[in-house]
Design a protein around this ligand. Structure first.
Ligand code: F6R
Length: 588
């Protein structure tokens, strides 16, 4: 999703902005641009496509500037629509969505102003330019008119050594070091040893003025004292460490991510959370995409071990479904980035209706962490590839542990997770066999993933992964539901992957295997039920180690992630940067 970088200080801004934008590339974008102020005038360079297209701008002179990577929402990806946007001596970069842009634009046009882009963002430059007073007051007056979400960094020709920033529902961090002042949408863009970093809260403003410490203000422009956050500057340097892609490296990191993310909920730090678990009568899990799938896996485990009513909701649906939130509901909000707009809104709604909110997130200091009552961190380490891999398995580790604690709080028990890491490692090694499946998948018309129970959730996750990086149409389907309509789609160009890890359901899922085989499909099996391997209808298989069926997505996800990875490569796609997608979805 969109990225912001800004700098003011004693050094030339352009190289700092370009390096910062490169560090935000993993978020996904389709155009990029920078503006540098020199002698009271802005020089703007924008390009459709990658940040490297801006390299000629590296030599621009000017010690104040802002940069942006854009993920199109209003208006096609193009040079014209790329940020920064200029109007009336004001220069703006914006993340988020201005929902009332059309109405605001009409007011500006009635004043005789013309627009140079189709974006919602450009109107912010017009609004700021129309205000009197200093830049901070002008930005605040403009911000008050905006409906929607924003993180903005604003420059003015009349205040050449200053950047004013504001945030509402879109992340923004400020950095301060001997070499100057920085602003960015994400810590990695400005992380450096010795540099202090501060996060902006919703409704806050920051003024970065050369030669002074950053100043922070609340919505009424009262000065706010901020504490710097602790972060590991070293950890924030993303490296492939010999792997061809970040995605492959991150799949290789799954076993460690899992081991690190299993919390010891009996520890003192969690005693208050444990008390809440004891009182919990309903569980609402809210999340999007892959995180929603890990929520569904948790629902299965909670029902099985704790016998507690649990429901997983797609966050974007939950927030508009007028949900019933009974007394003693615990809302578990799952998000790798901790910045997903829909998940934040769903968690806020659950809280407003009386639920306690537990964040399960991979990013310390994220918006989700800050708005939640409790935090269960996943410790997957930074995930750069857009497709979630190690963060999914890390979420499962934390969520299964939580399911176990819920069971314990009711005098029941769940199988221990302690021995799972070697099994995950084995599953990763076994999963490499999918590489030989490529001839069946590369030119496929579409792909089906089948399973029952927790295997059905794994099938959905396998399908999502394949879709997003191979661009092959695909569906995860409950094995028993196929014959109620979808079987009509299956033919000789529809490979089917069946996930079978629950011995109690194995025969049932194998019935679906017979049905698709009879329609000409090549069938691939991911299983730990060895009896299934003797089925003559199977084209190829991956044999996983045995484990508690409710936990098996932790293992079956590995061959599925690898399958998506190898198919993407075989089809000539970049698995790290799938088209149209963003890592951190900060707009609704
Ligand atoms: C899929 C994927 C997305 C994310 C979703 C939620 O591979 O990465 O579906 O899982 O956008 O993101 P977070 O977990 O950051 O809230």
């Amino acid at each position: 999703m969109c990225g912001i970088v800004g700098y003011v200080g004693e050094r030339n801004a352009a190289p700092i902005l370009l390096d910062g934008l490169q560090k935000l590339e993993y978020r996904g974008y389709d155009s990029a641009g920078i503006a540098v102020a020199e002698g009271g005038k802005f020089t703007v360079v924008k390009r459709k496509g990658r940040v490297k297209g801006l390299s000629a701008a590296r030599s621009l002179a000017g010690k104040t500037g802002v940069g942006h990577t854009r993920w199109a929402t209003h208006g096609a990806p193009s040079e014209r629509n790329a940020h920064p946007h200029l109007f009336g001596g004001i220069c703006v970069v914006h993340n988020g969505i201005v929902e009332n842009a059309a109405a605001l634009k009409a007011v500006c046009e009635a004043r005789g102003e013309t627009f140079s882009s189709e974006t919602d963002s450009e109107v912010i430059a017009h609004l700021v330019a129309a205000e009197q007073g200093d830049l901070l007051h002008a930005v605040r007056a403009a911000a008050e008119k905006l409906v929607g979400s924003y993180a903005i960094a604003v420059l003015s020709e009349s205040a050449p050594d200053t950047i004013v920033c504001a945030r509402k529902a879109s992340p923004l961090v400020v950095g301060y070091g001997e070499d100057g002042l920085f602003v960015a949408s994400d810590i990695p863009a400005i992380a450096a040893a010795g540099r202090r970093v501060y996060t902006l809260a919703d409704g806050e403003f920051a003024v970065l003025k050369k030669g002074t410490a950053p100043a922070f203000y609340d919505a009424s422009l009262r000065s706010v004292e901020k504490r710097e956050i602790a972060y590991d500057a070293e950890e924030d340097i993303p490296e492939k460490r010999g792997f061809r892609h970040f995605m492959k490296k991150e799949i290789a990191e799954v076993p460690e991510a899992v081991a690190r993310s299993i919390p010891d909920l009996s520890k003192g730090d969690f005693s208050e959370l444990y008390e809440v678990l004891c009182q919990t009568e309903y569980l609402h899990i809210v999340a999007c995409g892959t995180a929603y799938h890990s929520g569904l896996c948790m629902k299965h485990a909670v029902q099985k071990f704790a016998r507690l009513p649990a429901e997983a909701f797609i966050a974007s649906e939950y927030r508009y479904s007028d949900p019933i939130v009974p007394k003693n509901t615990l809302a578990v909000a799952v998000s790798q980035s901790g910045e997903t707009a829909d998940t934040l809104a769903a968690a806020a709604l659950a809280k407003e209706r009386g639920a306690r909110v537990l964040a399960v997130t991979n990013v310390p200091y994220s918006s989700l962490e800050r708005m939640s009552d409790f935090v269960l961190p996943t410790r997957a380490g930074r995930e750069i590839a857009v497709a979630a891999t190690k963060s999914f398995n890390a979420q499962l580790a934390a969520l299964y542990a939580l399911a176990g604690a819920l069971a314990e709080s009711r005098g029941k028990s769940a199988p221990p997770l302690a021995g799972i890491q070697p099994l995950v490692r084995e599953a990763a090694a076994a999963g490499e066999r999918v590489r030989s499946w490529m001839p069946y998948f590369v030119g496929a018309k579409s792909v089906f993933f089948l399973g029952r129970g927790a295997d059905y959730v794994a099938a959905c996750e396998g399908s999502l992964k394949l879709k997003e990086i191979s661009y092959l149409p695909s569906e995860g389907y409950p094995a028993g539901e196929l014959k109620h309509g979808t079987l009509a789609l299956v033919d000789g160009r529809t490979p089917v992957v069946a996930v079978v890890t629950d011995p109690a359901l194995a025969d049932k899922t194998m019935n679906a295997v017979h049905e698709v085989y009879a329609r000409g499909a090549a069938v691939f099996l991911i299983t730990n039920v060895s009896a299934c391997l003797s089925c003559a209808e199977i084209t190829a298989s991956v044999l996983l180690p045995k484990c508690e069926p409710a936990y098996s997505p932790m293992l079956s996800s590995l061959p599925l992630q690898l399958l998506a990875y190898y198919v993407a490569i075989a089809r000539g796609n970049d698995p790290d940067k799938p088209r149209n997608l963003a890592k951190s979805v900060t707009v609704e």
